[in-house]
Design a protein around this ligand. Structure first.
Ligand code: IDP
Length: 138
């Protein structure tokens, strides 16, 4: 069964959206395997967003991700990588359709409440990054 890494970002935690976001994936029929509330280190945040390290917004992105607790999660289900991206919606609020998580709950590009892996390979990389220590395993 396919697995993905989903994360409620610091703005989502601060705004009290953890339950709403988890609920969307539960009611879709997916299974939550692991969950941890933690404030990421700069190293983990930089590694998570390594593909963006040359972008002008990289510093701001890492600062934002490390600004407070996030909810790091492993979810499982059929075609979950592609379907969860559809449920999350587009990065740019102008393109995020109503009915998607970002379309309903987010209004800016930089603070968009949730991250979801964009491919099976990214999911594997991100799950091993965020759940690296034995203590994190269920
Ligand atoms: P994704 O989160 O939809 O996969 P990515 O392109 O991988 O989008 O970008 C990662 C994150 O970086 C976005 O969720 C957003 O928070 C931030 N980001 C992307 N583009 C911009 C930008 O142009 N300005 C500020 N932040 C951005």
């Amino acid at each position: 069964m396919e697995k993905t890494f989903l994360m409620v970002k610091p703005d989502g935690v601060k705004r009290g959206l953890i339950g709403e976001i988890i609920s969307r994936f539960e009611t879709k029929g997916y299974t939550l395997n692991r969950l941890e509330l933690l404030t990421p280190s700069v190293e983990v945040a930089q590694s998570h967003y390594a593909e963006h390290k040359e972008k002008p917004f990289f510093g701001e992105l890492v600062e934002f991700l490390t600004s407070g607790p996030v909810v790091a999660m492993e979810w499982e289900g059929e075609n979950i990588v592609a379907v969860s991206r559809l449920m999350i919606g587009k990065t740019n609020p102008l393109d995020a359709q109503p009915g998607t998580i970002r379309g309903d709950l987010a209004s800016t590009m930089s603070q968009n409440v949730i991250h979801g892996s964009d491919s099976v390979e990214s999911a594997e990389r991100e799950l091993s990054l965020w759940f690296a220590t034995e203590a994190s395993h269920v």
